[in-house]
Write a protein that binds this ligand. Structure first.
Ligand code: NAP
Length: 501
C-alpha cells in the first residue's frame, strides 16, 4: 500500500508516518490533527492501541508514577481510581484518547515496521511492514518506545525446559498458576509488582535475584469518590493537584544529578522500610543492595517484602547454573523442581532498534551511526537521517518523573519541525553532525556527575559505561530546549533541491 506521499513535500500535502500507538504515537497524532495536519498514518504492530500499556498485562501491573501526572496535560482524567492507576485503566485511557481525538481512521493495525529507508533523491522515507505492505512519507516519526523489546536471558539449558516459560511482557493469562511450583528470574520493576500477586496462589515460588534493588514505600491510595467528583466539577483543582505532584517529583533531580550525597537521606528511608517489613535478618541482608540508591531505578512497593517473607517463597541469590527439563539448578548446585519459569528480565533498552531496520542517507544503518551507543540531538534527530524523528529517543528517559511530560515536549519539537517544513517549503531537515556532537558532549559531562554512574550495573548505561538513556536535568529544562526547532542547528533542502550548507 502506498501512502499519499506526493513525491517529496508539497506545502499542503506533507505526509507523516508515525510508528506506534503508545503515549508517544498517539500524542503525535493528536497534536498534528490539532494543527490542522491530517495527512498522517499511524502504523501499529498489534491489533489494538496502547503500546507498553497494552503489552504489559501481568498481574499487579500499575504505573509507578502518579497517574494525575502520568497522563496528557491536555486530557486530564478525573476518574483515576488510585494514585498509581492499574494497567487496565491506563490502557483504557489511551483508547479513550485515540477515540476522542479521532485517530482511529489513521491507524493501520498489524503493521509492524521491519524496514525504513530514506530515498535521498525523492526526500521520502520508504517503509515496509512485516506483512510486506509499503508506505512512503516525507516525515517518519518513531513512537516505538525505549522499552518495547523484551530481553531474554542467556541461561544454559533454558531452551530445553519442558514446563511453561513466558516473559512478564507477554504474560500467558491462560496458564493456571494455582498450586504450581514457579521460578521467577529477576527482581526489577516488573517482578516486584507481579511476585506479590502470584506468591499467594502458587505452591512455591523460587525468586532468582541477581542484584537486590532499593525499594521505598509506595504512597498509593484510593482516589475517593468525593475527590473524583471535585476533579470533574473543578478542573482547576485537578490541575493544582497535578502541579503539586510535578514539583514534588522534580525536586528529586537535586539528589540524582546535582548532589548525589542527598541520596543518603533517601537510602535511610529505604533501609527503615526493609527493617519494618522483613523480620528475618538473613533475608534482610540478601535483599539489601550495596550500591548507592538511585543508581538503578528506585522501586516503590508495600507488598514485595511481605511477599518474599512468605513461607512458600525463597529468594535465591547465588545465581543460576543451568535449567534442566523440569528444574532449575542454582550456582551452589541445589536443584529445585519447577512447573513454570517466568522471566522478569526486562527490556533491550540499549538496542532500541535491530540492525537492518532504519537506513538513512547513503544507505547507512542507524546502528552504524551509533557505534558508541544510541545518540541524538535533543533525543529527537540524528545526523545522516533527515526528516526522521524519535520520540522517547536517546537520553530522554527519567529516573524521577513522568515520561508523558517528556513525550509532550518532544511532540511539540517534531510538530514545530513539520510546521517549519511546510512554512519554509523545505523537503528535508537534518541535524548538523557537529551540533549533535556538541550537544552530546555536554550531556555526557553532566551525566558523569550523576548517581547513575556511581558504580552499579543497570540498563541505563551500556557496556562501555556510557549512559544513553537518561535525561540529566530538570524536565522543564528539556521542555525549554524543545519548544521550537532552530534552523541554525539543521541542514535544510528546499523543495527545488538546493542544499543550504
Ligand atoms: P529491569 O528493571 O531491567 O529488571 C530486570 C531484572 O531481571 C533485574 O533484576 C535483572 O537483574 C534481572 N535479570 C536480567 N537478566 C538476567 C539474567 N540473565 N539472569 C538473572 N537475572 C537477570 O526490568 P523490568 O522490571 O521489566 O523493568 C524495566 C523498566 O521498565 C523499569 O526500570 C521501568 O522503567 C519500566 N517499568 C515501569 C513500570 C511501572 O511504571 N510500573 C513497571 C515495570 C517496568 P540485574 O539487576 O542484576 O540486572
Amino acid at each position: 500500500m502506498a501512502f499519499d506521499s506526493k513525491g517529496g513535500g508539497g506545502a499542503k500535502e506533507l505526509s507523516v508516518l508515525i510508528v506506534g500507538t503508545g503515549f508517544a504515537g498517539l500524542g503525535m497524532g493528536i497534536k498534528l490533527k490539532e494543527a490542522g495536519i491530517d495527512s498522517f498514518t499511524i502504523l501499529e504492530r498489534a491489533d489494538d492501541v496502547g503500546g507498553t500499556w497494552r503489552d504489559n498485562s501481568y498481574p499487579g501491573c500499575a504505573c509507578d508514577v502518579q497517574s494525575h501526572l502520568y497522563s496528557f496535560s491536555f486530557e486530564p482524567n478525573p476518574n483515576w481510581t488510585r494514585m498509581f492507576a492499574p494497567q487496565p485503566e491506563i490502557k483504557a485511557y489511551l483508547r479513550h484518547c485515540a477515540q476522542k481525538y479521532e485517530l482511529m481512521p489513521h491507524i493501520h493495525y498489524n503493521a509492524e515496521v521491519v524496514r525504513a529507508e530514506y530515498d535521498e533523491k525523492a526526500a521520502i522515507w520508504n517503509v515496509t511492514t512485516r506483512a510486506g505492505e509499503t508506505y512512503g512519507a516525507n516525515v517518519l516519526v518513531s513512537g516505538m518506545g525505549g522499552l518495547s523489546t523484551p530481553a531474554y536471558p542467556t541461561i544454559k539449558g533454558l531452551e530445553k525446559f519442558k514446563g511453561k516459560t513466558f516473559h512478564s511482557a507477554n504474560w500467558d493469562h491462560a496458564y493456571e498458576l494455582e498450586g504450581k511450583r514457579v521460578a521467577v528470574i529477576g527482581t526489577g520493576a516488573s517482578a516486584i509488582q507481579f511476585v506479590p500477586q502470584i506468591a499467594k496462589k502458587v505452591a512455591r515460588l523460587d525468586l532468582y535475584q541477581r542484584t537486590p534493588t532499593w525499594i521505598l514505600p509506595k504512597p498509593d491510595r484510593e482516589i475517593t469518590a468525593a475527590e473524583r467528583l471535585l476533579f470533574r466539577r473543578f478542573p482547576a483543582a485537578q490541575q493544582a493537584f497535578r502541579n503539586s505532584i510535578y514539583w514534588m517529583l522534580e525536586s528529586r533531580v537535586l539528589g540524582f544529578v546535582i548532589n548525589p550525597r542527598v541520596m543518603k537521606l533517601v537510602e535511610r528511608q529505604a533501609r527503615s522500610h526493609i527493617r519494618r517489613q522483613v523480620a528475618d535478618p538473613a533475608l534482610r541482608a540478601k535483599l539489601t543492595p550495596d550500591y548507592t540508591i538511585g543508581c538503578k531505578r528506585i522501586l516503590i512497593s508495600d507488598d514485595f517484602y511481605p511477599a518474599v517473607s512468605r513461607a512458600n517463597v525463597e529468594v535465591i541469590d547465588s545465581g543460576i547454573q543451568e535449567v534442566k527439563a523440569n528444574s532449575v539448578v542454582d550456582a551452589s548446585g541445589v536443584e529445585r523442581a519447577v512447573d513454570a519459569i517466568i522471566l522478569g528480565t526486562g527490556f533491550k533498552a540499549q538496542d532500541p532498534m535491530p540492525r537492518g531496520a532504519i537506513f538513512g542517507r547513503d544507505g547507512q544503518d542507524i546502528l552504524d551511526a551509533w557505534k558508541d551507543g544510541p545518540e541524538a540531538y535533543k533525543g529527537s534527530t540524528v545526523a545522516g537521517f533527515p526528516n526522521f524523528y524519535m520520540l522517547v529517543g536517546p537520553n530522554t528517559g527519567l529516573g524521577h518523573s513522568s515520561m508523558v511530560y517528556m513525550i509532550e515536549s518532544q511532540v511539540q519539537y517534531v510538530l514545530d519541525a513539520v510546521k517549519t517544513m511546510r512554512r519554509e517549503g523545505l523537503r528535508s531537515l537534518e541535524v548538523r553532525p557537529e551540533v549533535q556532537a556538541r550537544y552530546n558532549a555536554g550531556l555526557q559531562q553532566k551525566l558523569g556527575k550523576a548517581v547513575w554512574q556511581s558504580g552499579c550495573k543497570s540498563w541505563y548505561v551500556n557496556e562501555a559505561g556510557k549512559n544513553t538513556t537518561l535525561w540529566p536535568s530538570f524536565t522543564f529544562k528539556f521542555r525549554e530546549e524543545t519548544r521550537r526547532i532552530d534552523l541554525v542547528d539543521y541542514r535544510t533542502e528546499t523543495r527545488v533541491s538546493t542544499a543550504k550548507a
